[in-house]
Design a protein around this ligand. Structure first.
Ligand SMILES: CC(C)(COP(=O)(O)OP(=O)(O)OC[C@H]1O[C@@H](n2cnc3c(N)ncnc32)[C@H](O)[C@@H]1OP(=O)(O)O)[C@@H](O)C(=O)NCCC(=O)NCCS
Length: 319
């Protein structure tokens, strides 16, 4: 059934499209983000897009919806590196408490479709955060289809797991930057073959991750059989008065999957996070990854909400 945009009632809404991020536009965007921040919501835009919000940002487009001049909605687009088919990854922000959020979102999305069409057509991806029901979000209401569903799972960690003893012949250790890189890349690229963010890593990708401020080699646990790396668990600590742990990446290599190594590494990582003061742990997992979801549920993780990627193919514009 063709989608009918929500009808905007009353007042006048104007949508502006920008391809260059100026101080004025940034101030309007910030006003919308601050309005959510005042309601304790910081994740209306994901971290990579917030990081892109700098005057003069490259590979950026933005649509601003205004009523009587005041910003009521914003769509942030990041263009994927130049290729002949454009890929645009967008996120929407509608002013909290707005009476017609769907109409604002529809107006913003229509502007983005035109922008992608003018660029020659391509895939428009739209991410939504903190979603309780993926078929009842603003992008879904605008007729977009779910492309990827990431479950955000969480569990309390009042007590550390009681059994982290490796089986005979297996040893656990923490990551030694440089020395273990080749093994880590081999296992990672096997476990995440074809994965959009985690697959196909090289020495440079690894170095980039190591350069992040939160990186701690002791939080990357490795399971070895002799000098063969079986798997790894990369943990992350979100600091604060009540630090929260994260299962950042868990991967098991060739011929070791299904032999209990994933569960062992998961437990060992939770023990490490407990030692670092974390009393709650979160993780992000593709809902379609049945083995991983089952493993996490078996150890007490529950889905709290979803991060959803919607997609739409936009045909080229007419001129
Ligand atoms: C998911 C992964 C880490 C599990 O590690 P593993 O060593 O293969 O798993 P284990 O042998 O420790 O099994 C632990 C539990 O996982 C679940 N599981 C493992 N393989 C499974 C499969 N093929 N199908 C369904 N459930 C499976 C089971 O619940 C199992 O417990 P059980 O044996 O008591 O039933 C591993 O398969 C992997 O590296 N996958 C690719 C990368 C990935 O998806 N990582 C997680 C997302 S970050």
């Amino acid at each position: 059934m063709p989608h009918r945009p929500a009808k905007y009632r009353g007042g006048t809404m104007r949508i502006e499209l920008h391809d260059s991020l100026t101080p004025d536009v940034l101030a309007d965007v910030q006003q919308l983000l601050d309005a959510w921040h005042a309601r304790d919501v910081d994740e209306v835009l994901g971290e990579p897009k917030r990081a892109q919000l700098t005057v003069g940002a490259s590979r950026w487009s933005g649509a601003l919806a205004r009523e009587e001049g005041a910003p009521v909605g914003y769509a942030h687009v990041r263009w994927e590196p130049a290729g002949h088919v454009p890929t645009a990854s967008a996120e929407l922000v509608v002013a909290p408490g707005h009476e017609q959020p769907q109409a604002v979102a529809d107006g913003l999305l229509e502007a983005l479709r035109r922008r992608v069409a003018d660029a020659g057509g391509g895939t428009l991806y739209v991410w939504a955060h903190g979603v309780a029901n993926p078929s009842a979000s603003l992008p879904a209401g605008a007729g977009l289809e779910v492309e990827r569903l990431l479950a955000v799972m969480s569990r309390p960690l009042e007590l550390p797991p009681d059994d982290v003893t490796p089986p005979a012949g297996v040893t656990l250790g923490s990551y030694r930057p440089g020395t273990d890189d080749e093994s880590l890349l081999r296992v990672n690229n096997f476990a995440f073959a074809g994965h959009p963010e985690q697959g196909d890593w090289d020495a440079e990708t690894l170095e980039g991750r190591r350069a992040r401020s939160w990186f701690d080699p002791e939080g990357v646990l490795l399971a070895w059989k002799g000098d063969r790396l079986l798997g790894f668990h990369w943990t992350k600590v979100h600091p604060g008065p009540e630090p929260v742990g994260e299962v950042y990446v868990l991967g098991v290599g060739p011929d070791a999957q299904g032999t209990g190594i994933g569960k062992l590494l998961l437990r060992a990582g939770l023990a490490h996070l407990h030692e670092r003061g974390c009393r709650r742990v979160i993780l992000y997992v593709d809902r379609s990854n049945a083995a991983a979801v089952r493993l996490y549920e078996s150890i007490g993780f529950e889905t709290t909400h979803y991060e959803v990627c919607y997609a739409e193919e936009v045909p080229p514009g007419e001129g």
